[in-house]
Design a protein around this ligand. Structure first.
Ligand SMILES: [Fe+2]
Length: 280
């Protein structure tokens, strides 16, 4: 999808501390228009709210929240309206990208008010955060359009003095799960080649895989995170739900370019997941 001017315009945020930018990532909430909507038997609004309550309780000083795609399961206006209102109540500047279950145009309409912005280029302290749209209409796999690769190249070229975190929905490196790696980022070679040309890129962050993943390659952190609803089992050949609890990730971006990151999972609520279902 083409980045419009208002999306690609730098959104400047002041970090609450000078030495570290604090981010929270909430991913793959898979919200339905129907409040009773369930994914594999799990009510996705309930688990999303449980995750967000924990975020507010523990990470209330976060400078920004990144919602990294598959925000809605059914790409409905109702789901996005609910999300916009919930993000507003958390009182943290929130930025988002689309996943394979989303509709970017509907998101632009409903997720751009109050605390939620459709901006895709955030400047904060010594850092810039670049949000890319890897969704392809009607497809589960991802791909970065020419316009997205150009946007990435431009922001990196124009801000060489900023440490950079690049965010997208689909995994640009294999996570070791056959069925998931078949629906990752199609043009990952182009993306990783571009990333390797810019030494100020310190991290690449994504959702989609509903599991924790963290590898450091040549000084760059490659990071995936749990979903706020159903988890997928790491290393599985075919679709397989995991028994791990819903979770989220927080990241500390230090002014010297270091990234510290950890996943938290909710542990105080019982969730029902139907493990007999073999797809999502
Ligand atoms: Fe997802």
């Amino acid at each position: 999808m083409e980045n419009t001017d208002r999306e690609s315009l730098p959104f400047e945020l002041l970090p609450s501390r000078t030495d570290v930018v604090r981010l929270v990532q909430v991913s793959d909430s898979h919200i339905f228009a129907d409040p009773k909507g369930r994914l594999l038997g799990l009510n996705t609004r309930e688990s999303f709210e449980a995750v967000c309550k924990r975020v507010v309780k523990e990470e209330w000083r976060a400078d920004a929240l990144l919602a990294t795609g598959d925000l809605a399961q059914d790409s409905s206006a109702e789901a996005y309206e609910y999300l916009a209102s919930y993000f507003d109540s958390m009182d943290v500047p929130t930025f988002w990208i689309a996943g394979n279950h989303d509709n970017p145009k509907t998101m632009d309409k409903y997720l751009n008010s109050g605390q939620t912005s459709l901006a895709k280029h955030i400047i904060i302290g010594n850092w810039q955060i670049i949000l890319l749209d890897s969704s392809v209409a009607g497809k589960v796999y991802g791909e970065l359009a020419e316009s997205q690769l150009k946007f990435l190249e431009q922001t990196l070229t124009q801000n060489q003095d900023k440490h950079s975190l690049v965010v997208l929905h689909h995994q640009p490196v294999e996570v070791g799960s056959k069925w998931l790696d078949a629906i990752g980022l199609n043009n990952s070679d182009q993306f990783t080649a571009l990333i390797s040309q810019y030494s100020q890129v310190k991290g690449v962050l994504w959702g989609h895989v509903h599991q924790e993943f963290h590898k450091t390659i040549d000084g760059v952190h490659w990071i995936a995170s749990p979903s706020s609803c159903v988890q997928f089992k790491p290393g599985s050949e075919d679709f397989c739900a995991d028994t791990n609890a819903p979770g989220y990730r927080y990241l500390n971006l230090h002014s010297d370019g270091r990234i510290e990151s950890v996943v938290h999972r909710i542990d105080n609520i019982e969730f029902t997941v139907d493990y007999t279902i073999k797809g999502y």
